[in-house]
Structures are given as C-alpha cells and as structure tokens.
Write a protein that binds this ligand. Sequence first.
Ligand code: SF4
Length: 232
Amino acid sequence: MLKELIDQFYLDRHRDREQHHFYITDAGKCGRATFFKFKNVPREKMEARILRLFDHGDYIQMQILNTLFSLGVVRASEVNIPPQELVSGRADAIITLNNELYVVDFKSMNSMIFKKLEEPKEENVNQIQLYLHYFKIPRGILLYISKDTSELKEFVIKYDSALARVLLKSLETLKTKIDKNVVPERLADYPDNWQCQYCQFREICGMANGGDIKWEEFKKKIESREQTLGTV
Ligand code: SF4
C-alpha cells in the first residue's frame, strides 16, 4: 500500500541516466565504471531503502550547513566550480575561520564505519583536492558525520598541486578512451576493491577480461546477455 508507493517514488526519481561529462566524484575512481555510465550500460538497480538512506544523509548534511550559517562563517554554499570542459562539481560550502578561507565538504556515514575512521577516505581527499584546485583555496575541511550518533570528525586537507594534476590527467586519459570506444582496464585489485563491492556494473564487468577492450565488441556481448535475460 503506502510502502509500495513510497518505494516507487524513490525508484522513479532515481532513474539511471546516461552520463555526458565528468563529476568531481569520478576523480580517482574506477575508470571502467565511469566508462559504463557514459555508455549507459544497464546497471543493477538500487533498492529504494538505499536511496532513502542517501536522502537521510543529505538531510543531516543540510542541518550541519544551517549550523554553519548560524555561526556566521559561511561565505557561500553549494558552490559550483568554475565552468570548464572537463569536469563539473559543487562544493558544500566555502567558509572563513580565523580569516582563512576553507572549502568544506560534508560526508555522512553509519556509526560502524564512522568509528573506524582514523584518516580521511582517499576518494574524499581526491574530491576536495579538485575543489581546492578550481577555487584556488589552499585548505579544505572534510567533515564526517555519524548518521545514527550525530558525532563529528574533521580533517584539514592542504592543497596538493601534484595530486590535483594526476587526478585531472587521469580524467583526460579516460575521456580519450570514452571517445575512442576503448573500455578501460579493471581495477588492479578487482573484485576485492571496495568500489567493486558497491559497483552496479560488477556482473557486466566480470564478462570482460581485465585489460582494455574494444567497446563495440563488448557491447554486442552485453546486448546478447540482455536478450537472453529478456530485458530488451
Ligand atoms: S566491478 Fe570493480 S573494476 Fe569492475 S567496473 Fe566495477 S568498480 Fe570497476
């Protein structure tokens, strides 16, 4: 009854769309998974429950942003990086503390993961490095929030120009592969990498070998699988 309606609302709102440009969150992540998103490869559906959890995280982050506004430290919120061809992204906030500017990015998680967090996650550092790069701000803060205990942890991140260059270079390389229809190699530690554990393309990825492959050939394999499964 009502539960089904709510579930369907979330599923409809979260229809998979073909990706046409990079987001900052793609930086340093599995290139093959991003390639599949650009080519609109069919992915495993997310459960409505998981989508509601994302919503819950967004809500908690909004509350923290409101607190920062009340403290009077926010200079801008939900700030888009300057437009350019390669990548788009939106930082949660730019604040001033002790006359210094900081880019702030909020990350919410469950308390089990939060408790174990002793250093910032690599993918979050990659993301904030690109914000620092594009905003030309030397420091950022990754603020982690435990969704079920409301505890906070923060890590100050200094701009690392070498890392930002590596991340941008890898996006450029990936863009070339997307344009030339070359499916990138798998992650070296597939399937143990955490990204593989959560990847919506895991099954499809397992149908190819580990190295670069030609998209046109692999696409036929995917289409024949979809026909066998009766999804097209
Ligand atoms: S399963 Fe792992 S290697 Fe394959 S696309 Fe997903 S994240 Fe990348």
